[in-house]
Design a protein around this ligand. Structure first.
Ligand code: EPZ
Length: 419
């Protein structure tokens, strides 16, 4: 099993470019099934989750031609409509293929998606199933597989009882070819949802309201396919900004959209971090000490749960007590045990809340990365700790951060990948 070896007390400098957004690319790849024309996706990050998603598409029978950060997908005629457990069990986002299969071929068969340890139990999919049911799909569960059938999905009114990013995106991908109008309420408003809707509209879909809580989709009979440029990953942007602050380094973050992490930048102002922004660049300046600040994760435009783990590490270096309230997922605070082993002073109040008492010196330790965001948070902890930190299970980090060790070495970090 590969691992990272990190030498602490890092002082970083220079600039780092942000890659294409994983959580945008993981929805546009399944969208290729909606058309029999080829789709060209560029600025595609080279990360494990994308590899798994493309493998799944090839397994279904699509043609995939991939160069560096670009892929051309032709999904004109798929041979099968079942998601193989080999791939579906490694990728929670495999469920994004089901809506397009139902919309194009009227059937889909898939196992409960795996691939991510965070979230209640096995990450519920009740909203997905309720949505397909509302659109007229017949749903059975046999021998560990969900089996869905629908002559043609029907437009419906659907209210999300929980705001769900992939739930919202799945309903968009299911409704674009349905018969009639679909009205979705209490939708997620992430920028990746807007990018998906904009792409589909450019291919002939009729979607309005993406980025707001109510989305209306007029079903159409067929869709073209074209070019999609994956937008910058706002979670990478926020992660690198937090990394700069935690190591008290001046770093320029390029090819990014600072406007999409406005909430984090507002928090930065409260904790004593100064920065300079242009439309697609963010420079984090050195600070003279950090002040603790409570946070509460929230759906967009609130503070992304995917930035909570790195922020929690940052708060170990801030003066005072900060309450970290993780409202979205169970188990996303479990990684704080490992920070405590490194010398952090963190009290677990309940599964959704911890109090971090800073400032504490961290000491290098042997760690295991439970999920990708906790994994990158451990990299940050290793960079600021005294001594050496070893992180294993780094597949979890490679799921979401392309070539992260190489990119951090370019900033002066002492991080080695040991295969
Ligand atoms: C997306 O996950 C992202 N993944 C997550 O990023 C991100 O943390 C999350 O949105 C929140 O922003 C992708 O886009 C591939 P949710 P998603 O459905 O859509 C509950 C990362 O690190 N829920 O918005 O799966 C769920 O349990 C990943 O890149 C149901 O109850 O998250 C959670 O508590 C991690 N029933 C809440 O909704 C359902 O059917 C919000 O989750 C679906 C979800």
């Amino acid at each position: 099993m590969s691992k990272f070896l990190i030498t602490g007390n890092a002082r970083l400098s220079g600039s780092i470019a942000v890659g294409g957004a994983k959580n945008s690319a993981l929805k546009i790849i399944p969208a290729a099934i909606l058309s029999d024309q080829p789709i060209t996706i560029s600025n595609l990050p080279r990360i494990e989750d994308i590899d798994r998603s493309l493998e799944l598409l090839v397994d279904l029978g699509a043609q995939v031609e991939r160069q560096e950060h670009q892929v051309i997908i032709t999904a004109a005629k798929l041979q099968k409509h079942e998601l193989s457990p080999t791939f579906a069990n490694k990728l929670r986002a495999s469920i994004m293929f089901v809506g397009p299969l139902l919309a194009r071929y009227g059937r889909a068969r898939f196992p409960h998606p795996g691939g991510c340890v965070i979230g209640a139990g096995t990450r519920p999919i009740d909203l997905f199933l309720a949505g397909w049911q509302a659109m007229g799909a017949e749903i059975k569960f046999n021998h560990g597989f969900y089996e869905l059938k629908a002559k043609r999905l029907r437009g419906c009114d659907f209210f999300f009882t929980t705001v769900s990013v992939t739930g919202t995106e799945s309903m968009i991908l299911s409704a674009v070819l349905a018969d009639g109008k679909t009205i979705l309420k209490n939708c997620a408003m992430e920028p990746e949802i807007v990018a998906l809707a904009d792409y589909l509209n450019a291919q002939g879909a009729q979607i309005s309201g993406a980025g707001s809580p109510t989305i209306i989709i007029e079903g159409c009979d067929s869709l073209m396919a074209g070019e999609f440029i994956v937008p910058p990953d706002r979670i990478e942007t926020g992660t690198f900004a937090i990394m700069a602050a935690a190591t008290n380094s001046e770093i320029t973050i390029t090819a990014c959209r600072p406007a999409e992490i406005e909430i984090l930048l507002n928090i930065f102002k409260k904790i004593g971090i100064t920065f300079t922004t242009t439309e697609n660049q963010l420079i984090i300046h050195k600070h003279h000490g950090l002040i603790a600040c409570d946070i509460k994760t929230h759906e967009y435009p609130g503070l992304a749960t995917d930035l909570q783990s790195p922020y929690t590490v940052l708060m170990t270096q801030a003066q005072g007590a900060s309450l970290i309230h993780e409202t979205i997922y169970d188990r996303r605070l479990l990684f704080t045990d490992m920070l405590t082993q490194m010398g952090a002073n963190i009290v677990m109040c309940d599964p959704h809340r911890v109090v971090v008492n800073g400032q504490t010196k961290l000491t290098g330790h042997k760690l295991t990365s439970p999920d990708l965001r906790a994994g990158i948070a451990m990299v940050i902890a290793g960079l600021i700790a005294d001594g050496q930190t070893e992180i294993d299970n780094i597949y979890q980090i490679d799921r979401g951060y392309e070539n992260i060790d190489q990119r951090l070495r370019a900033l002066g970090a002492k991080i080695e990948r040991i295969d």
